[in-house]
Design a protein around this ligand. Sequence first.
Ligand code: OAD
Length: 253
Amino acid sequence: MLPAIIPSELTKRLLLARRVAVLTGAGISAESGVPTFRDALTGLWEKYDPAELATPEAFERNPKLVWDWYQFRRELCLAAEPNAGHRALVELEKIFPQFTLTTQNVDGLHERAGSQNVLRLHGSILRYKCSRTGQPFEDSFPLTAETPPRHPQTGHFLRPDVVWFGEVLPVDVWALSEQAAREADVYFTIGTSALVHPAASLPKIAMQNEAVVIEINPTTTAFSASASFSLRGKAGEILPALVQAVLSSRSTD
Ligand code: OAD
């Protein structure tokens, strides 16, 4: 495999950047073995119906089904390891004076790679909360627990602390992500199909505010035509090459 090619014009723009922001989607974790949602054949929504598994109504109808599906995915995420793409983002964070990482992913792999201050737009599959009150639950389940287990204080079913379709994003996380998009000199959209709103509007907000917007994705997306640079390939190959390009250009300056 040839090393990914980073356009020299892009490296120059990165050397000048002070405020960098990133949006990641399921594609950044694909090389860790965590399935994406919409990739042909391997995407979760190719096999499963989001209306049956990822809405508050689905949980009302069949809490056990939803709980079991999320437990299965949680195990998958816990068994996965951060990949070269996650690690390269940790390096990028060290390079720029202001760096904001917003993710749509719930798998915790950015945090495990060492990224600081990850803005999780869609919550965390590794955490639980009360399905009625939203009160967090950070304990271990009693062995005799029914499925789903109940929150010990509220008595209602626990649910994964993720954002389901039809639910509002965490207000503070959205506000910080939007502000980072507005202020960015350079904005990256990595491994996302750019179809789910409001997350998909972040690169557009950056673009409207004169940022250079770079897409990293093996395939074209709804956003590709608008991107300043479209780097076609896997995040785990392109991002390390990009870090290398910036570091070596810096040392020769
Ligand atoms: P999608 O599954 O819609 O898109 C994944 C993107 O990653 C696709 O564009 C792939 O081409 C790309 N991709 C695949 N492998 C890659 C790799 N190695 N490197 C870089 N890119 C790669 O996932 P999202 O856009 O994240 O929401 O989906 C957004 C939201 O839809 C999710 O957060 C989830 C889902 O329904 C909720 O559950 C609320």
